[in-house]
Design a protein around this ligand. Structure first.
Ligand code: C2E
Ligand code: MG
Ligand code: MG
Length: 752
């Protein structure tokens, strides 16, 4: 504020007079400014009423003459003026400008009045500013509340967006926050289900009862339908005025302005958000639309995520199922079975209960699979799984371990007999034949049973022992069940001993070939020999090839052993040929494993070359079951061998399931009737019929037919009668070492 000076506080009652005048009566407090010559002339001084009262008859010239002409400038400060008045004891001070012109006069009261006025002014201004400040404060307070609200709302929205799935209460938070943010009276989020119906509908500003009543409407045909169908935002000042408006559904509160945005991502529309009527009655702005759009976009990303998560979860669940179940039968697999078994054991341990493990292996499944094809095999497994499931009770756990192996766990058997009963039930349920693709297939199983805690207390041992017991059933003729016993374990140990000893058999020169003569029925002469493997292990003693060959196959040792056999036999064949016994046929057994190896023909060719055996002398014996597995690969392998001028004989013929059509395709030269038929050929009419059928079949395919295991004259007579070409068996000679065989050749022994 400006500083007050004398010029601001001039006394209003000043009368200009000439010096020669005498006073007239004037208002109280009047001061007289005395001039010489004229009223605009030279200023001579001030006279007050007090001066006049002291000399009522004096003219003004005399009244001012007594005092020196004392004056102040208009810029003199008020405090100086007051000081001067006090000091001079004058009633008024004249104010004269720089040019010496009279401006006015100040008195104590004019000065005080000036001061008062200024103070009032100051007070007024202070009040004014105070009001301004108060207004600002209130405004700020309002803003701060609003900002807090906005902050809370946007935080709520962000929280919603941070989720990977959207529950209904999250959507509720979202719409409330958005409505607050955009100051809308009403708001709703509607999400669509797969069929386009309303899956979720959350509202704000609409009562729950109203929401239920209108819930299935808003996505319909009107403006909101447009938002979804056209995937576009709508912002209207008065929605009723819009041509596409379908009006409000019944029970819907009346609303005027509208902001509706789709919740969409890429081309997928998840639903829409709508807000109505701003609290301040204004229309929604472009910024409001931007904000709602941006929230809807983010929301669609969350929904996208949620959808993806759902897919991932689905895939995970199915992967989990796959990892724990067998795809063909849908039964739990080995992994899940052993998990369940572990749990059952822990439970039984705590409760002092008993668990039975049934290892179920189908009999001859491989042959069935080979003969009828894999699709039939698969269907058979499904039927078996179904029948086995029928034998279980709640709590039992059935699993498919692999191929034709199943496992049934009975978690609580009070009596061992219960396990036996279940095993019997399984055998009975499998007994009826299965009809698949016009085939009638009979299926049986071998079941081994082990018990917790009687036999073992851990999963691995229980499984192993049940497997051992099952193996025992197989050995004993199949289609039965057995409980595990220690003796069985001994057999398994023997198996392991053989396997270990076999690894060193070639290196330690423990293998030897014996030869059994093959005799032509017509001439009675030896026309060839079958090489049969013999193994002398110092610790284990003599072990039959029927026992150790399968172990060698399991242990992956058959390749080396087979090669040793072939090379040894071929070298011997060459020696006999060199000795002049030419035209003989040397039959060598080849295991299925050996035969199916890719470079088998190559190995044979090398051995032929290395041994120098006369071409055409070698004949490979391959069992019928080995030959019928993967027939295309077999034909290819045999064709390759055929080009080497090697004879092929089907060993153990009659035990497999060769079909005539398949046999016709194979480049074979000999059918070898299995010993089991020959054995009973004179006493069992079925076996006799089979032997006759094989001879007839062989001849119709222009193959030679040889009978193995001929022990008696009656058997021989039968075979001769039915036209069998050759025989092999104890009747003529057992398999013998090389020297003995050479002696036989020299001797020229004859059949008759
Ligand atoms: P296989 O090839 O069918 O051989 C015939 C088996 O019948 C031989 O048993 C032979 O000694 C026996 N046998 C011969 N005549 C008679 C008889 O009149 N009565 C009786 N009861 N048996 C007779 P072996 O030598 O014990 O061989 C058993 C099986 O082991 C063979 O059956 C063959 O499958 C396999 N095998 C033998 N040597 C080899 C070999 O070097 N390699 C391969 N992969 N397998 C072999
Ligand atoms: Mg043989
Ligand atoms: Mg045989």
């Amino acid at each position: 504020m400006k500083r007050l000076t004398a010029a601001d506080c001039l006394w209003p009652r000043v009368k200009k007079v000439l010096e020669e005048e005498r006073h007239t009566h004037e208002a109280e407090g009047t001061l007289f400014a005395v001039f010489a010559d004229s009223l605009e002339g030279t200023f001579c001084g001030l006279a007050s009423e007090r001066d006049i009262a002291a000399h009522p008859h004096w003219i003004f010239a005399d009244l001012v003459e007594h005092r020196p002409l004392f004056h102040i400038s208009p810029k003199t400060s008020i405090s100086t003026c007051l000081g001067l008045i006090k000091k001079s004891q004058l009633e008024g001070l004249p104010v004269v400008d720089e040019a010496g012109r009279f401006v006015g006069a100040v008195t104590q009261s004019s000065l005080l009045r000036g001061l008062l006025k200024q103070e009032r002014e100051l007070l007024r201004q202070t009040r004014y500013y105070f009001r301004l400040v108060e207004d600002e404060r209130r405004k700020l307070e309002r803003w701060s509340t609003r900002l807090t609200e906005l902050h809370e709302a946007s935080r709520a929205l962000l929280t919603v967006l941070a989720h990977t799935s959207l529950e209904k209460d999250l959507l509720q938070i979202a719409i409330e926050a958005l409505a607050k943010l955009l100051e809308a009276r009403y708001g709703a989020i509607g999400l669509l289900d797969k069929e386009g119906g309303l899956a979720d509908f959350v509202t704000v500003g609409i009562s729950a009862e109203e929401a239920v009543l209108i819930g299935d409407k808003p996505s319909g045909s009107g403006l909101l339908g447009v938002v979804i169908r056209e995937d576009t935002a709508i912002r209207l000042e008065d929605m009723a005025a819009h041509p596409q408006s379908a009006g409000f559904p019944p029970h819907h509160p009346l609303m005027k302005s509208l902001l509706a945005v789709p919740i969409s991502h890429a081309t997928h529309v998840y639903g829409r958000i709508y807000l109505c009527d701003k609290w301040n009655g204004e229309a929604f702005t472009a910024e409001d639309e931007l904000l709602a759009m941006s929230f809807a976009n983010s929301l669609s990303l969350v929904l996208d995520n949620a959808r993806e998560m759902e897919e991932i979860l689905k895939v995970q669940t199915s992967l989990d199922h796959l990892a724990h179940h067998d795809a063909l039968t849908g039964l739990p697999n080995r992994l899940l079975a052993s998990d369940r078994l572990t749990l059952a054991l822990a439970h039984a341990q705590r409760q002092g209960g008993r668990v039975a493990v049934l290892f179920i292996d189908l009999d001859n499944f491989k042959q069935t699979n080979d003969s009828f094809g894999h699709s039939v095999g698969d269907r058979l497994l499904k039927i078996v799984a179904g029948r086995l499931s029928g034998c279980t009770r709640a709590g039992d756990s059935l699993a498919r371990l692999s191929g034709d192996e199943f496992l049934l766990m009975l978690p609580d058997v009070s009596d061992i007999q219960d396990a036996a009963t279940v095993a019997q039930k399984i055998l009975a349920t499998l007994a009826p034949s299965c009809h698949i693709e016009n085939y009638e297939i009979f299926m049986s199983a071998s079941i081994g049973i082990s018990l917790f805690p009687d036999d073992a207390v851990n999963v691995e041992d229980l499984l192993r022992f049940a497997d051992t017991a099952m193996f025992h059933v197989k050995q004993g003729g199949r289609n039965s069940y057995q409980f595990f016993t220690e003796t069985m374990n001994e057999r398994i140990r023997q198996y392991t001993r053989i396997e270990n000893a076999l690894r060193h058999a070639i290196g330690r020169d423990e293998l030897e070939l014996h030869y059994q003569p093959q005799v032509e029925v017509e001439s009675g002469r030896i026309i060839g020999m079958e090489a049969l493997l013999r193994w002398h292990n110092p610790e284990l003693g003599p072990i039959s090839p029927a026992e150790f060959i399968p172990i060698a196959e399991d242990a992956g040792l058959i390749g080396d052993i087979g090669e040793w056999v072939l090379l040894t036999a071929c070298s011997q064949g060459k020696r006999w040929a060199d000795m002049g016994f030419d035209g003989l046929r040397l039959a060598v057994n080849v295991s299925a494993f050996q035969f199916r190896k890719k470079d088998f023909a190559v190995a044979v060719r090398q051995i032929l070359a290395a041994s120098g055996i006369p071409p055409g002398m070698l004949e490979l014996e391959i069992t019928e079951s080995a030959m019928m597995d993967k027939i295309d690969e077999v034909i290819a392998a045999l064709d390759e061998l055929y080009t080497l001028d090697i004879g092929i004989s089907i060993d153990d013929f009659g035990t497999g399931y060769s079909s005539l059509s398949r046999l016709k395709k194979l480049p074979i030269s000999v059918l070898k009737i299995d010993r089991s038929f020959v054995n009973d050929v004179t006493i069992n009419t079925d076996d006799a019929a089979i032997a006759i059928a094989i001879i007839t079949l062989g001849h119709s395919l222009r193959l030679r037919v040889i009978a193995e295991g001929v022990e008696t004259q009656d058997q021989l007579a039968f075979l001769v009668r039915h036209g069998c070409d050759e025989i092999q068996g104890y009747l003529f000679s057992k398999p013998v070492p090389v020297d003995e065989f050479t002696a036989l050749l020299h001797e020229g022994r004859q059949l008759h």
